[in-house]
Design a protein around this ligand. Structure first.
Ligand SMILES: C[S@@+](CC[C@H](N)C(=O)[O-])C[C@H]1O[C@@H](n2cnc3c(N)ncnc32)[C@H](O)[C@@H]1O
Length: 249
């Protein structure tokens, strides 16, 4: 997704916070440095910083990172504009986190393998990697080709309301959902702005990820299905929350 098109709307649009205590707890539990991947505008970063952590935050979008920079002080975090597939670090971090199912945005198998390998190389020996993805069975329930409004919020410009609608389809052969997300700003009953962005994300299976993690030098420590650490249930869990450790078992 081209996040630069709607970076100015992201924080008003996304009010999810159920994962914050989980990530804070995981990062406070290690004694070394924290790497936050695909950090975006700093939704998670801000909470880590509030809890005394000083994460290194990576994202490929300068527009998203500009908002992260505005939200936090320069002393409280380190910002790196880079692709998660090509991280400029070597054995540097005790823990890497990749929140908000963003691993699913790496649509090709090759991209996902390259990213896993790149994250492993960034970790200290036996460092941890918490990688989050959608659970396919759960996520597919809300995939439909009919455009439908998924959320609405007051426009951050102060004029009117923004409606977010999505239309998408699943290609089972590729394991990829593609479609369009549209941000429509309505003021006094008139459409005053419309931004349409192509959406594409993949839905790898539990077996695919477990094998890819192993092939790229990780051991699976745990798999949760939600941020309350409940056991993963293929039918009902919203997420895959993979807790990996660098190195073979
Ligand atoms: C859904 S947002 C999540 C942002 C933030 N982690 C959060 O929880 O709100 C996904 C982020 O991943 C970034 N991104 C997408 N592909 C990337 C890549 N290959 N390398 C680094 N960042 C990437 C986007 O720029 C965007 O900021």
């Amino acid at each position: 997704m081209d996040y630069s098109r709607f970076a100015h709307l992201y924080d008003s649009c996304v009010n999810f916070d159920a994962d914050l205590p989980f990530f804070v707890e995981e990062c406070l539990a290690v004694s070394g440095s924290v790497l936050e991947l695909m950090a975006g505008t700093g939704r998670v970063t801000a909470e880590l910083v509030k809890c005394g952590l000083r994460p290194t935050c990576v994202d490929s979008s300068r527009d998203m990172l500009a908002r992260l920079a505005n939200k936090t002080t320069a002393e409280s975090r380190h910002i790196v504009c880079a692709d998660v597939r090509n991280l400029p670090f070597s054995h540097a971090f005790s823990i890497a986190i990749l929140p908000f199912n963003s691993f699913c945005e790496l649509v090709s198998e090759e991209a996902r393998h390259t990213a896993l390998n790149s994250v492993r190389a960034a970790l200290a020996p036996r460092g941890r990697f918490i990688c989050t993805l959608h659970n396919p069975a759960f996520r597919l329930k809300s995939v439909t080709p009919q455009p439908h409004v998924v959320t609405r919020f007051p426009s951050p410009s102060g004029c009117g309301e923004v409606l977010v609608s999505v239309a998408s389809e699943y290609d089972a052969d590729r394991g990829v959902v593609s479609g369009t997300q549209t941000f429509t700003t309505i003021h006094d009953g008139e459409v005053v702005d419309e931004i349409s962005v192509p959406v594409e994300f993949c839905l790898p299976s539990q077996a695919w990820f477990a094998e890819a993690a192993r092939a790229n030098g990780f051991t699976v420590e745990a798999l949760f299905g939600d941020y309350d650490r409940s056991e993963y249930n293929p039918e009902s869990s919203p997420y895959f929350i993979w807790c990996l450790k660098e190195g073979a078992a």
